[in-house]
Design a protein around this ligand. Structure first.
Ligand SMILES: NC(=O)c1ccc[n+]([C@@H]2O[C@H](COP(=O)([O-])OP(=O)(O)OC[C@H]3O[C@@H](n4cnc5c(N)ncnc54)[C@H](OP(=O)(O)O)[C@@H]3O)[C@@H](O)[C@H]2O)c1
Length: 274
């Protein structure tokens, strides 16, 4: 059976992605912070489908946790076939992780960066799927301030992290072209999930009103499930998908120099923990 990892799988798009992959007979590795929720999801999925589901509780905003998660998984699984980097959040107030990184950058970008690099290197062949967003349009990365230190704006930091997901996808696709591994990214749609509920009541109310017009989490998971399971995508890499179709990302997201700069900046952070 093929094995798929879904990060941020305890609720929202990640949970529905896990269910969709279980329907498609994938064994699952699910990770988020809340072990209680994950254990209950494991029990539900294993009783409903003929699959195995392993769950891991880690705070993926910490580089060390991403590295430990990878170590735990490779101890138990010889091969991982799909990695869905789905974890993500918006932080309206600036938060610094205990490792000293700005949290939007750490969770939404560095977790994708570290897990993609480690799992591609430890797998013979893997499909990496990065959950980005249409929110990436209309911004560029500030190369002298990749961790949003100056005049923090939560929405801007989020937009930039979703643009970083696209740069990472395109850089990885170039690096691993000619191998059996593929790397793609996607926009799930505007989805009525728990997204933004980690913020103050004021922002929760605003985001609930916006999300009210969104699609269901099941619909939001469709492109992730498609990218993980569709046979015909076996050689497709370095693409941005929306509603299960490739689509152009913003013009600036194709700038190789920016992609390379972000890569060099991120690998230095990662290597300081490896
Ligand atoms: N909702 C939308 O309209 C929308 C639109 C475009 C893109 N997206 C993207 O879709 C992805 C999923 O979003 P969603 O809407 O499903 O969000 P969500 O409902 O808030 O779910 C987020 C998931 O991430 C986990 N998580 C949050 N912080 C974590 C941490 N520090 N360490 C480990 N796990 C953590 C949460 O579980 P725990 O609390 O258990 O840790 C949860 O399982 C994100 O990357 C987001 O940027 C969403």
């Amino acid at each position: 059976m093929a094995v798929a990892i879904v990060t941020g799988a305890s609720t929202g798009i990640g949970l529905e992605t896990a269910k969709g992959l279980a329907e498609n007979n994938f064994d699952l590795i699910l990770v988020s912070r809340s072990s209680q929720k994950l254990i209950s999801i494991k029990n539900d999925l294993e009783s409903q489908y003929r699959i195995k589901c392993d769950v891991f509780s880690y705070d993926l905003s910490l580089i060390e946790s991403n590295i430990k998660f990878h170590e735990e998984v490779v101890k138990k699984f010889q091969q991982v076939d799909v990695l869905i980097n789905n974890v993500g959040a918006i932080f309206m107030d600036k938060v610094i992780t205990e490792e000293g990184l700005e949290t939007t950058f750490a969770l939404n970008h560095m977790s994708y960066f570290v897990l993609s690099n480690l799992f591609i290197e430890s797998s013979n062949k893997i499909r990496v799927i990065n959950v980005s967003s249409e929110a990436h349009r209309g911004v560029s990365l500030k190369l002298d301030d990749l961790q949003n230190n100056e005049g923090y704006n939560g929405w801007r930091a989020y937009q930039r992290s979703k643009l970083a997901n696209i740069y990472l996808t395109y850089e990885l696709a170039k690096k691993y072209s000619g191998t059996d591994s593929t790397i793609n990214c996607l926009h799930p749609g505007l989805v009525n999930s728990d997204f933004a509920n980690n913020n103050s009541l004021h922002y929760k109310i605003i985001s609930s009103l916006i999300k009210y017009f969104g699609i269901s989490t099941r619909e939001g998971a469709m492109t992730s499930i498609y990218l993980a399971s569709e046979e015909s995508l076996v050689n497709k890499s370095g693409l941005y998908f929306d509603k299960c179709r490739p689509r152009k990302s913003s013009t600036i997201s194709y700038n190789d120099e920016v992609g390379k700069y972000l890569w060099a900046y991120s690998i230095e952070i990662m290597n300081s923990y490896c």
